[in-house]
Design a protein around this ligand. Structure first.
Ligand code: ADP
Length: 444
């Protein structure tokens, strides 16, 4: 017990004892010892009850307490109560200020935030932006089922998929069809999940503008380039021997520029496409074409090998897959020194298939691999230019493979070579007609 409490307690005990002694003395003097002592004791008990009642009233009253005056244990209790109330009020004020700041911050946030109870799939809370972006109304949508108030977003499907669900989703706003939203579901506890919706319409418009700009510029460059290219082709370098190296360089650069424009146009086209018309791709003739192209490019500087499992083909776009595969093959030829070997192999892989292009060339340092499919990303700019590269080849490959739900895997060791493998799922595999087992009537 603290010192001041102990002295208050002693003082009170002393006063009570003094009162009882006075009562006893008074009673002895008037000759009614027990009666007067009993009255004195009753007065003491009544006083204690009175003070207890006062304390209870102060505890239950909502009004602000006044600091107690005087000493004694009851006044000390009053002082403690007053101090407790002051502390509680300060904490409450601080909490309210924090709550107000938090509310102001969530209201100022441009992203919509919705707290969802995962077990009941109901809306627990949402901020102001959720009204403009998701169309949630206060207070009608509080505690409403999410799939009902956020229709047509596939919320219940998303919630039931749990933590394995796709972390992001792009969708049109249920409140305004002109708005495109990027939605994220963040599980921040076992019970409550946070839905964050961001307006990405402006970003998508900018992206569209960028795509259009690149496509238009490439398209506009095509005609003047064709003219320049045509005239350069008409000039016979043998007629002007002193101009020969200059004319050859001009032709080489104009070819490079034409290839660059063509690649940019291909990329623009692939970017806006979200599906392809599927056709049967005869891998036998595809591999034969790739071999011819590789041999033409290599001009016997490397050995070209082709391995075909022989019993499966692919489903997809012949033109786009040919462009992707020939990009891989031409890279292998361009980045493999004289005497190297390039192996183009097509094989089964479980129920799927894999096409790989293996070379014994320069290889790619591991630090470059994560960014290698970005536009204009090159490991060595000079080597790429020298070899006639545009820096867009692997970007095109990535887009084509995305459209075929295929995956590119790169395995490379500097100085030893690289393997670019394209993995296709079972849905892309087509059994070759000739590989089908003959009907029993024919084999008999
Ligand atoms: P580029 O037209 O420059 O070849 P790509 O997009 O096709 O552009 O390739 C990007 C970069 O990846 C190349 O510049 C090259 O450095 C590297 N690369 C691609 N394929 C190979 C390969 N088979 N061996 C070594 N490096 C490669």
């Amino acid at each position: 017990m603290p010192k001041h409490l102990r002295s208050a307690w002693n003082r009170t005990l002393f006063r009570l004892a003094t009162l009882l002694v006075i009562a006893a003395l008074g009673g002895w003097l008037v000759g009614a010892f027990w009666q007067v002592l009993a009255i004195g004791a009753l007065c003491v008990v009544a006083w204690q009850f009175w003070r207890l009642r006062a304390v209870l009233r102060r505890l239950t009253a909502r009004a602000r307490l006044q600091p107690a005056q005087g000493d004694g244990v009851w006044n000390e209790l009053d002082r403690l109560l007053h101090r407790g109330q002051l502390g509680m009020r300060t904490r409450k004020r601080r909490l309210l200020a924090m709550l107000r700041a938090y509310r102001a911050a969530t209201a100022a946030l441009p992203d919509a935030l919705v707290v969802i109870d995962r077990s009941t799939q109901r809306v627990q809370w949402f901020n102001k932006a959720a009204t403009t972006l998701l169309g949630l109304r206060h207070p009608t949508d509080l505690n409403a089922p999410v799939n009902q108030c956020l229709q047509p977003l596939p919320m219940s499907h998303w919630l039931s998929a749990g933590r394995n669900a796709e972390p992001m989703l792009d969708a049109t706003s249920p409140a305004n069809p002109d708005l495109r939203l990027n939605l994220r579901l963040i599980p921040y506890s076992d019970q409550y999940w946070l839905l964050v919706a961001r307006d990405v319409s402006k970003l998508l418009r900018l992206e569209e503008m960028r795509r259009d700009f690149v496509a238009n510029v490439s398209h506009e460059l095509r005609t003047p380039l064709t003219v320049v290219h045509g005239y350069l082709d008409m000039l016979d370098a043998d007629e002007f021997p002193e101009w020969k190296p200059i004319l050859e360089e001009m032709q080489k650069q104009s070819n490079r520029m034409t290839q660059l424009v063509e690649d940019l146009l291909t990329l623009s086209r692939l970017e806006v496409q979200d599906s392809l018309t599927d056709e049967h791709i005869a891998m036998g003739s595809m591999l034969a074409t790739l071999r011819r192209e590789a041999e033409a490019l290599s001009r016997k500087r490397q050995t070209i090998l082709v391995e075909d499992c022989g019993d499966i083909d692919l489903w997809g776009s012949n033109k786009e897959l040919h462009s992707a595969f020939s990009n891989l093959v031409s890279n292998a030829v361009r980045y493999t020194p004289v005497g190297g070997t390039i192996t183009i192999a097509f094989a089964r892989e479980g129920d799927g298939a894999v096409l790989s292009v293996r070379d014994t060339g320069y290889g790619i340092p591991a630090s470059h691999l994560p960014r290698i499919t970005e536009r204009f990303y090159r490991v060595s700019t000079s080597r790429s230019r020298e070899s006639g590269g545009t820096g867009l080849g692997l970007s095109i490959v990535k887009h084509v493979l995305n459209l075929h739900q295929a995956r590119l895997e790169i395995d490379s060791a500097v100085g030893q070579g690289s393997t670019f493998s394209v993995h296709f799922g079972p849905a892309r595999v087509h059994r070759r007609e000739s590989a089908l087992p003959l009907p029993q009537s024919l084999t008999a």
